[in-house]
Write a protein that binds this ligand. Structure first.
Ligand code: ZN
Length: 414
């Protein structure tokens, strides 16, 4: 079978090898310089393939470019977005591995020794990829298909249209941004400057995913101050901040954690904890599909802090709690035409849309609330954010097909 998008996979492999991990604890924007470096390379490539108006914004290194319309009537301006950063997992020296013509049942060794494997008995999704070519990690890093797949797919779709001027299309704006994984990537997004009427993030999982309902989200930092004295004379004086941290965690509902919830259930997730007797810092994420559900969870935190400070002394527990994004359906419900175009594109390509609410969020959640309706399309990856991440070539090709079909549908004379 002829390869439809020659550069799609080489492009992805090259992008994947570049370390673009973001850093939640950084105070710079973007959070890591390596993201800006990568965005600069992408800007060069966009110019090489012939995109117009390639710009990197100073404030956050957000990269945008334009594919001008080649039709003589107006259609809505379509935006396509993805993010360049990768999740909080080792991303040094990523060595993507290719498994050609996977049989859908074998156990794939990731590292030489076989300590880490992709086993269909554990990861049932592997069975869906019989006959396809998989790209996996070598066991010690993530792959970064989230979201280098999306970047490669958008780049390839643009190149395809530029190389096929006989395909008629309206104006397309594209954007590649930093820091999605730490929830701040879209904070400085400029809807007006971007100039699209509607957009999609190409940042979803397996083929068919079409997401327009997300969590509402808050981030929480907890700072607990103890008092460290020599154990010999500690009675009545020592305050062990780590024990108060345990107390804090024990006051949260034990079953409202990611590993015990699914569907429309929310959770509290303790992501990080660093402690000494003197001081303990904890990081949580709080998630709920409903806005009032998120508020109720935040109130619960405030009550726990109050109770612990009453018990251990005012100022023992301090928190910093911030809303991160809201369920994009609150906006999308008034813009379902944007979802319908994506559904139609998938159906035209014999892809069944999977519209399950996403137990996460995307830059599109934030951007939708800024006034640009932005649902999320699949980019193809599986098992995101860790060493078991993989993506198939065929899934990535389908993502490019869907993007091109959406552009085609949007470009029809109304
Ligand atoms: Zn992503």
């Amino acid at each position: 079978m002829a390869i439809k998008y020659e550069k799609l996979i080489p492009r992805f492999l090259e992008y994947a090898k570049q370390n673009t991990r973001s850093d939640e604890n950084s105070t710079t924007i973007p959070s890591t310089e390596r993201q800006t470096e990568f965005l600069k390379k992408l800007a060069e490539e966009l110019m090489e393939i012939g995109m117009n108006d390639v710009k990197i914004r100073k404030v956050d290194s957000y990269l945008t470019a334009e594919l001008p319309s080649n039709i003589d009537y107006d259609v809505p301006v379509l935006g396509l977005l993805s993010h360049v950063d990768t999740a909080d997992f080792n991303s040094e020296n990523i060595k993507p591995k290719i498994v050609e013509n996977y049989d859908g049942k074998s156990v794939i060794k990731l590292d030489e020794a076989g300590k880490y494997t992709l086993d269909p008995a554990v990861f049932a999704s592997l069975k869906n990829y019989a006959g396809q070519t998989l790209i996996t990690t070598s066991g010690d890093t993530l792959l970064g298909s989230d979201d280098k797949s999306g970047v490669s797919e958008i780049m390839t779709a643009m190149e395809y249209l530029i190389n096929h001027p006989e395909i008629k299309h309206g104006k397309v704006k594209i954007g590649f941004g930093p820091d999605e994984e730490i929830g701040t990537g879209a904070d400085h997004f400029d809807v007006k400057d971007f100039g699209a009427d509607f957009a999609y993030t190409v940042d979803g999982g397996p083929v068919g995913q079409l997401e327009f309902e997300t969590f509402s989200a808050a981030g929480l930092k907890v700072h607990i101050t103890g008092k460290d004295v020599h154990p010999s004379g500690a009675k009545g004086i020592m305050v062990n901040s780590m024990l108060i941290a345990s107390e804090f965690q024990s006051m949260l509902p034990a079953d409202e954690v990611p590993e015990m919830t699914e569907g429309d259930q929310g959770f509290y997730l303790l992501c990080d904890e660093q402690g000494t007797i003197d001081h303990t810092d904890m990081s949580y994420i709080i998630r709920d599909f409903k806005r009032d559900g998120l508020e109720a969870r935040k109130n619960k935190i405030t009550e726990i802090v109050k109770a612990l400070n009453e018990k251990h002394g005012e100022g023992t527990v301090k928190i910093d709690m911030k809303d991160q994004y809201y369920n994009m359906y609150d906006i999308m419900k008034d813009h379902m035409d944007v979802v319908r175009i994506a559904e139609e594109a998938m159906k035209n390509l014999n892809i069944e849309p999977d519209e399950a609410p996403v137990r996460g969020g995307t830059d599109g959640s934030t951007i939708s609330f800024m006034g640009l309706p932005t649902p999320n399309l699949f980019a193809g990856g599986e098992n995101m954010h860790g060493r078991f991440e993989y993506v198939s070539e065929e899934a990535m090709e389908k993502a490019v097909d869907v993007v091109l079909e959406i552009i085609r549908l949007n470009s029809q004379k109304k």
